[in-house]
Write a protein that binds this ligand. Sequence first.
Ligand code: ADP
Length: 312
Amino acid sequence: MAVVVAGSINVDLIQSVDALPRPGETVLALQSERLPGGKGANQAVAAARAGAQTRMIGAVGEDESGVWMTEQLSAAGVDTLAVVAVEGAATGTAYITVDTSGENQIIVASGANAALAPAMVDTVADADIRVAQLEVPVEAVAAFFAASPGKQAVRVLNAAPAVLEAKRLFASTDVLIVNQHELAVYLGQHEERATPQAALAARTLISRDDQLVIVTLGASGAVAVRAGSAVHVPAFPVVPRDAVGAGDCFVGALCAMLDRAGDARPTDEALLIFANAAAALCTQKPGAVPAMPLRSDVEAFIAAHPNEGRPI
Ligand code: ADP
């Protein structure tokens, strides 16, 4: 039983300011912070905390940030043997500026993430669940999903951020996860609608009867859509303090739940309840990696807040 995540590893450098700088303007930071980040790293930590044996495949630079990120992953219980330090590259870095109203500006320098190559993802022999996102080259994800170890793994694609070229991966994906914004991009819609009914349009993204597409709807929970059925599970009633990382937490927790079930597949409703609960807990703490909840906390939260799905 193992979850293998192939994806991005970033350092998030966060500057808090009174007001975001205009072009040409210089402002002083009120506070500076360095946090672990990158969708791949966030999801790997979420899966490990949610109880799965988890391995990360990714690329960092030959720099202090790379050593620090590898340590952060290990400390969270993630196996980092397949995290490679790329010669001459810098570790991926997200430069984030946040003003007092919570508005932000983000510049991501992909650094070593852009060097994740097909040959580097070929270490998945014992994977039951393979999960990837799109902050690394689409070619690497394609190779990761195509690698043919002894057993058939479940391939989970969190198609985020939205990259139209990645639509070619959908046919070889078993579980596709998008938020309402990404769904609108893939469907070529100009408007996003966060209703369970609108999420049914995701059905056009799948081409096989055994595929599942999940649309996360923020405070409206999530919807699981199959060719012949769909279920909506509302979000848990929390007042979010910091929604950073909620989407990554949802994906990592869902993979851990899939992995735990082994051959006895959980129902789509059970998957969404567990992932929604983990993501709701994630919104209660600042940051992404530090906010990923433990499986025992997710289970206690579900027991205290009964929730159920409704077919749509
Ligand atoms: P992203 O972070 O990718 O934009 P969403 O906003 O859809 O993704 O959030 C992912 C998941 O986090 C949701 O499906 C839900 O389970 C949980 N979540 C997000 N916002 C809230 C909220 N306000 N209350 C409860 N749960 C939330």
